[in-house]
Design a protein around this ligand. Sequence first.
Ligand SMILES: NC(=O)C1=CN([C@@H]2O[C@H](COP(=O)(O)OP(=O)(O)OC[C@H]3O[C@@H](n4cnc5c(N)ncnc54)[C@H](OP(=O)(O)O)[C@@H]3O)[C@@H](O)[C@H]2O)C=CC1
Ligand SMILES: Nc1nc(=O)c2c([nH]1)NC[C@@H]1CN(c3ccc(C(=O)N[C@@H](CCC(=O)O)C(=O)O)cc3)C=[N+]21
Length: 286
Amino acid sequence: MSNVELIDGKQIASDIREELKGRVQELKEEGRVPGISVVLVGDNPASQTYVNMKDKAAEEIGIYSDKKEVSDDISEQELLGIIDDLNNDDEIDGILVQLPLPDHIDEHKVIESIDPAKDVDGFHPVNTGRLFSGQQDKLRFDPCTPKGIIELIERQGIDIEGKDAVILGRSNIVGKPVAHLLIEKNATITICHSRTDDLAGKASSADILVAAVGRPEFVTEDMVKEGACVIDVGINRVDGELVGDVDFEAVKEKAGPITPVPGGVGPMTIAMLMHNTVKAREHHGV
Ligand SMILES: NC(=O)C1=CN([C@@H]2O[C@H](COP(=O)(O)OP(=O)(O)OC[C@H]3O[C@@H](n4cnc5c(N)ncnc54)[C@H](OP(=O)(O)O)[C@@H]3O)[C@@H](O)[C@H]2O)C=CC1
Ligand SMILES: Nc1nc(=O)c2c([nH]1)NC[C@@H]1CN(c3ccc(C(=O)N[C@@H](CCC(=O)O)C(=O)O)cc3)C=[N+]21
């Protein structure tokens, strides 16, 4: 008999979309459904997949969704022009510029050009700043993947307060923001990266281990404490197959609650994007 406790991100994300559906219906009756626009530069197939998943989720929930697909030789100026139009579009509550961007475009400049009240990705410095300073009373959009991770843990009934959380990875879109959210939930955090000494030792002290390194099956059995909650953020394509940052088969018996890939954090990212779009619409009004 297997004693694996799987955290079903697919199911939890579906529950969240169902909750949002009701709210969107109310907003529709008020006079306007939420709207999101996704800007896609170039034709990276992985990006196409995510953008299609966003479209599908929006449609299911009743959110208006619009796509701006442009060639990867678009100038920075032109891209900033598109964002300016979206900032001024009253039907659009949320703007998402799919990352990464081509090298000739300054990612920070593009993100900073988005109206913070439409920044449903939560990447604008106004939003990351409010996360950093723990401001919960102001309009604040938290990044979707980190927020999805917190929701997964809490909806699984796992208490975060007082726990030792170890995060593998320090990127601006996953590692750093998830650390802030976990601090806000009263966890004690350690962030590891490529220069960390004794990463395995640190990881194996974690009650909650978040793997976001972008290396297939990086987390092995020796890096996991017995019964620890393991959250696998990794999305790696290996020989056409999707593989996480955790060696799931090797770790699943030793770990406590654990997320699969696919069907773990990924669907939660999309659900949180929808959540942020509804929140943006509530703020903007009809
Ligand atoms: N499920 C989802 O919705 C999402 C999934 N992802 C996936 O999550 C993973 C991480 O994404 P992202 O944060 O953007 O990745 P980045 O490449 O931006 O960051 C990776 C981090 O991991 C660290 N790292 C890399 N190799 C090692 C190593 N050998 N030992 C220790 N640390 C290491 C890096 O350290 P250093 O800083 O020192 O270089 C860096 O901080 C990817 O697989 C990505 O595809 C990303 C976003 C959303
Ligand atoms: N501005 C911006 N915001 C992002 O949020 C953003 C981005 N750029 N660039 C790329 C990353 C990656 N990302 C994912 C979203 C959903 C899944 C997801 O739902 N994955 C499914 C599987 C999908 C498949 O089969 O390929 C799963 O894990 O079950 C994965 C990855 C969002 N990102």
